[in-house]
Ligand binder design. Structure first.
Ligand SMILES: *Cc1c(COP(=O)(O)O)cnc(C)c1O
Length: 237
């Protein structure tokens, strides 16, 4: 491990924690109300564990294969592991019992499989429902107008526990536009909370990444997923 890498991860970590705290206070909340999850794709386990040693409590992987290859190495005594990427139904059994939350559930079929596999292990898996807030074609997530129906359908599944919503808005340069997507998510989150669907808890609103987590928090996010701002630009080779 390079000294230089560690030094920059430490500096980045401290800067992100400070900016999260600032945005929390600006939006009338406390710094500890916001969960900082590090998106760890392409990052070696020893660097992830270094970030955990600095105080990071949540990590998230977006590919099953990569998660499994690093699984034995993560320091999960001091952190919790989420799955945050697109998940195929046939891979669910490989991660149930290993992750504390699956953030990217967008169909009954997927929720049902997570429930089934969880019950096999005698547990319940926490999930978030992913919303395609930008209504983008070929992108994961349920359409906003289908959200309530999906939540009602999956509310009867005994092996999952719905904890909130997640979104990845379209990439856009314009800050007003991105804040608009975040605001739409917050409104959806509040609307659904008010419906008080049995067994559905709307506690977590997961949105905001390296380029926009500050704005996401101002618009109501309470979980942000940050990769490149913490670990540096990704190298996929
Ligand atoms: C990679 C990733 C992130 C973080 O992206 P950065 O721009 O590097 O902060 C957040 N969410 C998901 C689902 C990701 O795959």
């Amino acid at each position: 491990m390079q000294e230089k890498t560690l030094k920059s991860v430490k500096e980045n970590y401290e800067e992100i924690v400070a900016r999260i705290a600032e945005a929390a206070i600006k939006s009338g909340r406390r710094p500890e109300d916001i969960t900082f999850l590090a998106a760890t794709k392409t990052v070696d386990a020893e660097i992830i564990n270094y970030a955990i040693s600095l105080g990071l409590k949540y990590i998230g992987e977006n590919k099953v294969q990569e998660l499994l290859s690093k699984y034995e190495q993560y320091d999960l005594k001091n952190s919790r592991l989420h799955f945050i990427g697109h998940l195929q139904t046939n891979k669910v059994r490989q991660i149930v019992g290993k992750v504390s939350m699956i953030q990217s559930v967008d169909s009954f079929k997927l929720a049902n499989e997570i429930s089934k596999q969880s019950l096999k292990h005698g547990l319940k898996t926490d999930i978030l429902v992913e919303v395609n807030i930008g209504r983008e074609e070929n992108k994961s997530g349920v359409m906003p107008e289908e959200l309530e129906n999906l939540l009602r359908e999956i509310s009867v599944l005994e092996g999952i526990s719905v904890k909130g919503l997640m979104a990845i808005p379209p990439i856009c340069e314009n800050e007003q536009k991105i804040r608009g997507y975040f605001a739409n998510m917050r409104n959806l989150f509040l609307d659904i909370s008010e419906k008080k669907i049995d067994n559905i808890k709307m506690g977590i609103l997961s949105m905001g990444m390296s380029s926009d987590y500050y704005e996401a928090i101002l618009e109501g996010a309470n979980l942000v997923r940050i990769g490149s701002s913490l670990f540096g630009a990704r190298n996929y080779n």
